[in-house]
Design a protein. Structure first.
Length: 132
């Protein structure tokens, strides 16, 4: 029983390595990844283009809302070996939500590579410079 508890704790600690705030690729913005239950979510904290609206959102009502503060990544699950999968990611630049495949690989303690894809396109991006 103790062995199972230790394994579960170690897996949770590994999974939670992704929690924190990061600069996005090319320092376009800052995001924060948090845990809700057993899933992980990413919220846009700020973006370089101050006050930018979500003008490419397919939902017309959302186009008047700012990108900063928007949940970008939803329902991400840890699958082991430094990999988080499933869930969805929203790309405010294109207005697309990537659902069918989503993957984050841990390159190092503070460097993660994200891949989101739908049937027609792929969204690779990187999260760098984890803030503690």
């Amino acid at each position: 029983m103790l062995l199972i508890s230790t394994f579960t704790f170690a897996q949770t600690v590994d999974a939670d390595k992704i929690i924190g705030s990061y600069m996005t690729e090319r320092n376009k913005g800052k995001v924060t990844i948090a845990k809700k239950g057993i899933k992980y979510y990413d919220t846009s904290v700020w973006i370089k283009e101050s006050g930018a609206l979500d003008r490419n959102n397919p939902d017309e009502k959302e186009r008047k809302n700012k990108v900063a503060g928007k949940i970008i990544l939803k329902d991400l699950a840890y699958t082991g070996n430094g990999t988080w999968e499933k869930g969805t990611v929203y790309d405010p630049e294109s207005g697309k939500t990537y659902i069918e495949r989503y993957l984050i690989n841990c390159v190092s303690f503070n460097h993660f590579v994200l891949y989101g894809a739908n049937q027609t396109s792929v969204l690779p991006t990187e999260l760098n410079h984890k803030f503690r």
